[in-house]
Design a protein around this ligand. Structure first.
Ligand code: NAD
Ligand code: GLY
Length: 361
C-alpha cells in the first residue's frame, strides 16, 4: 500500500492506495469517531462490495442507504433519501458517513455529510477509476440541478480516502475509459512527463495491467493533492483541474444527465479547449493532434454531440461556476503540461471552436 497525504493543516487526511484494501478494517475504523456509521452506496455496487465493508463495522450496526444507480439520480430529491434514513435511525452528530461507489455516490454522500446536522465525519471508499483519481480527493461535494451540473454543493473534506485498486476488476470498459479522461487531464494541465508516460503506457491501462493502473492512480492523486493543498476553495490554481469541464458540463446537461458519461464529456471538452488554445496560437496543430490521438486511443469521444448547436452551447456554458461578472473564464493550455484560466479570448474564436468541433450529424 502507498499513502499520500493531502496537506490541509489540522484537516489533513491520508489517501491510501493499494490492492485488497477493502480487507484492511483498520484503515477504515481508525477514522470512525463515534459509535454510529452509515454506508451510502448504490444498487450496482452494493451486491459487489457492501458485505465486505459492512463486516468491518458490523458491531456498530451500520445504517445502509442503497440509492438508485445513475447520474440522473444525483439530485436533491434522491439526496433527501440519505437524510430520511439518517433521521429514521436517529443518527447523531458523531455518525460517520462512508461513501462506497463512484463519483455520484461520493459527491452525494459527501454533501449529505456536509449538511446533516451541520456536518458529520465522512470517509471516501471510491470504486471507479474516475472516483479514485479525482472525485474522492479534494472535498468537492454536491448534486446536479436540471439547469446546471454540480450547481448545489459544498466544499467538505473526508477524513480518509481508501482506494482498493482491485475494485476496478469489476468496472465496465466504458467506465474505465471515462476515468482515463481525468487521468489524461493531469498530464495536460501540469505534468507533461506523465502525458508522455500515458502515450507510452495507455494500452497497458486499457488492458488493466495492475502495476500501470496503480502508478497512474498514485500519480493522479499526487497531482490532485498538490493542487488542492495549494488552493482548497478554488480561488486560483484549482480551477485548472476543470480543463474541458465548461464544454463538458454543457454537453452533460445538454444531452441529459447520464447519456454521456462524465469522463466522455470531459474528453471531448479537453479537445475543444485544445482547439481554442490553438486558435489563440498557444498550441500547435501537432500538439492538438497529440491530445486528440491519446484521447481517441483511450476510447473516448473527441467531438461534441451534433445535436448541440453553437447557440445552445453558449446558453449552457453561461451557467458555469467559472462565470465571473458575466464573463466565462475558460481553462486553456499555454502548452502541453501548462494550463491557464482566462476570460481573455475573442468570442469569435470560441464560436469557431463550438462550430467546428462537433460530430458529423
Ligand atoms: P458513477 O458514480 O456513476 O459510476 C459509474 C458506474 O460504475 C455506475 O454505474 C456505478 O454503479 C458503477 N460502479 C462503480 N464502481 C463499480 C465497480 N467497482 N464495479 C462495477 N461497477 C461499478 O460515475 P463516476 O464516473 O465514478 O463519477 C462521475 C461523477 O463524479 C459525476 O457526477 C461528476 O460530476 C463527479 N465528479 C466529481 C468530482 C469532484 O471533485 N467531486 C470530480 C470529477 C467528477
Ligand atoms: N474536479 C475538479 C476539482 O476537484 O477541483
Amino acid at each position: 500500500m502507498k499513502t499520500l497525504p493531502l496537506d490541509l493543516g489540522d484537516r489533513s487526511y491520508p489517501i491510501c492506495i493499494g490492492a485488497g484494501l477493502l480487507d484492511r478494517p483498520e484503515l477504515l475504523t481508525r477514522h470512525i469517531l463515534g459509535t454510529r456509521v452509515a454506508i451510502v452506496t448504490n444498487e450496482t455496487v452494493a451486491p459487489l462490495y457492501l458485505a465486505r465493508l459492512r463486516a468491518h463495522v458490523a458491531s456498530l450496526k451500520p445504517v445502509e442507504v442503497v440509492l438508485p444507480d445513475g447520474e440522473q439520480y444525483k439530485s436533491l430529491e434522491v439526496l433527501n433519501r440519505i437524510f430520511d434514513a439518517l433521521l429514521a435511525a436517529h443518527c447523531d452528530r458523531r455518525t460517520t458517513i462512508i461513501a462506497l461507489g463512484g463519483g455520484v455516490i461520493g459527491d452525494m454522500a459527501g454533501f449529505a455529510a456536509a449538511s446533516y446536522q451541520r456536518g458529520v465525519p465522512f470517509i471516501q471508499v471510491p470504486t471507479t477509476l474516475l472516483a479514485q483519481v479525482d472525485s474522492s480527493v479534494g472535498g468537492k461535494t454536491g448534486v446536479n440541478h436540471p439547469l446546471g451540473k454540480n450547481m448545489i454543493g459544498a466544499f467538505y473534506q473526508p477524513r480518509a480516502v481508501i482506494i482498493d485498486t482491485d475494485t476496478l476488476n469489476t468496472l465496465p470498459d466504458r467506465e474505465l475509459a471515462s476515468g482515463l479522461a481525468e487521468v489524461i487531464k493531469y498530464g495536460l494541465i501540469r505534468d507533461p512527463e506523465f502525458f508522455t508516460w500515458l502515450e507510452v503506457n495507455l494500452d497497458k491501462l486499457l488492458a488493466r495491467d495492475p502495476e500501470a493502473l496503480a502508478y497512474a492512480i498514485h500519480r493522479s492523486c499526487r497531482n490532485k493533492a498538490e493542487v488542492v493543498a495549494a488552493d482548497e476553495r478554488e480561488s486560483g490554481v484549482r480551477a485548472t483541474l476543470n480543463l474541458g469541464h465548461s464544454f463538458g458540463h454543457a454537453i452533460e446537461t445538454g444531452v441529459g444527465y447520464g447519456n454521456w458519461l462524465h469522463g466522455e464529456a470531459i474528453a471531448a471538452g479537453m479537445v475543444m479547449a485544445s482547439d481554442l488554445s490553438r486558435r489563440l496560437k498557444w498550441l500547435s496543430t501537432a500538439d492538438v493532434a497529440r491530445v486528440e490521438k491519446l484521447i481517441r486511443r483511450a476510447q473516448l469521444p473527441v467531438r461534441a454531440p451534433s445535436t448541440l448547436s453553437t447557440a445552445r452551447f453558449l446558453e449552457l456554458m453561461a451557467v458555469d461556476k467559472k462565470v465571473l461578472n458575466g464573463r466565462l473564464r475558460l481553462v486553456l493550455l499555454k502548452r502541453l503540461g501548462e494550463a491557464v484560466v482566462t476570460d481573455d479570448y475573442p468570442r469569435a474564436e470560441l464560436e469557431g471552436t463550438l462550430a467546428s468541433m462537433r460530430e458529423a450529424a
